[in-house]
Design a protein around this ligand. Structure first.
Ligand code: CO8
Length: 260
């Protein structure tokens, strides 16, 4: 199978661009997440790499979030394996020593939003048709505590409460208003703006920035690390419930019918 992710590291700048290229919507399947984590780990170990920009090669979509098919009709063992990979993606990204930027050039619901929130800075295309947010409740499922924590750390408690309870998807301009993204630029400038912003971040001495980042994020990361197994057990018992499977089926049908 062809790679779902392509990485280009510019050795002169120390900045890598990671492109998600898994049509139709860059959904985060177990295979996708595994490939994502392997690439992230390689870059993390590479001393010549100091910055990472994540973007999508697809038009209109950054990432559709977790692959719903990985949560529908699967065995508990497989669901557990999948969830562990989701945790791993977030742990690696949120805790990365690199400067990380999301160049959000399309819609980015649920797990796509989580991936963006895992970065240090978010630049989104100013297209009002693109949306971003943690819309889990709209699917009849519940974003776990570490999704919530990441959102609270970004937009504050009240905006997170509204956004999570209602499962809100924000248009790019509304996402900027609540601070879910940091900057909007014309679609064709998303990547170049990320490159420019990156060079400003990289002007800060690495060690000072890294210690500061860790000071801000470590408590949130440690909370998951010390509850990892319980979080997997919770996910598996929740997602395999008949009522939840039914909600997912209805959501999938809605997605398909919306098309026609
Ligand atoms: N997983 C699997 N398949 C998907 C997903 C997905 N997340 N999103 C879209 N697809 C499929 C569609 O069903 C469609 O399939 P087909 O071609 O067979 O009909 C195909 O991808 C293309 O989709 P669209 O036609 O909808 O493409 P558009 O370009 O019109 O729209 C969007 C792109 C905006 C991304 C749209 O597809 C969308 O809104 N998708 C749903 C996104 C979503 O709600 N994701 C939530 C996933 S759940 C999650 O990430 C966190 C879960 C936390 C766990 C909670 C613990 C219990």
């Amino acid at each position: 199978t062809s790679p779902k992710i392509k990485v280009d590291l510019d050795s002169s700048t120390g900045v890598a661009v990671l492109r998600m290229q898994s049509p139709p919507v860059n959904s985060l399947s177990l295979d996708f997440l595994t490939e994502f984590c392997i690439n992230l780990e390689k870059l993390e170990m590479d001393r010549s790499c100091r910055g990472l920009i994540i973007t999508s090669t697809l038009s209109k979509v950054f990432s559709a979030g977790l692959d719903i098919m990985e949560m529908y009709g699967k065995s508990p063992e497989r669901c557990g394996e999948f969830w562990k990979a989701v945790q791993e993606m977030w742990l690696k990204l949120y805790g990365s020593n690199m400067v990380t930027m999301a160049a959000i050039n399309g819609s980015s619901p649920a797990g796509g939003c989580l991936m963006s929130l895992g970065c240090d800075y978010r630049i989104m295309a100013d297209n009002p048709r693109y949306s971003i947010g943690l819309n889990e409740t709209q699917l009849g499922i519940v974003a776990p505590f570490w999704f919530k924590d990441t959102l609270v750390n970004t937009v504050g408690n009240r905006a997170a409460e509204l956004s999570l309870e209602l499962g809100l998807l924000y248009s790019a301009p509304d996402a900027l208003k609540i601070g879910l993204v940091d900057q909007l630029v014309p679609e064709d400038q998303v990547l170049s703006t990320a490159q420019d912003t990156m060079s400003k971040w990289l002007a800060v001495p690495d060690h000072a920035r890294q210690i500061t980042k860790s000071m801000m994020r470590k408590p949130t990361i440690d909370k998951l690390l010390s509850n990892r197994e319980a979080d997997i057990t919770n996910f598996v018992s929740f997602i395999t419930k008949d009522s939840i499977q039914k909600s997912l089926r209805m959501y999938l049908e809605m997605l398909k019918s919306r098309k026609a």
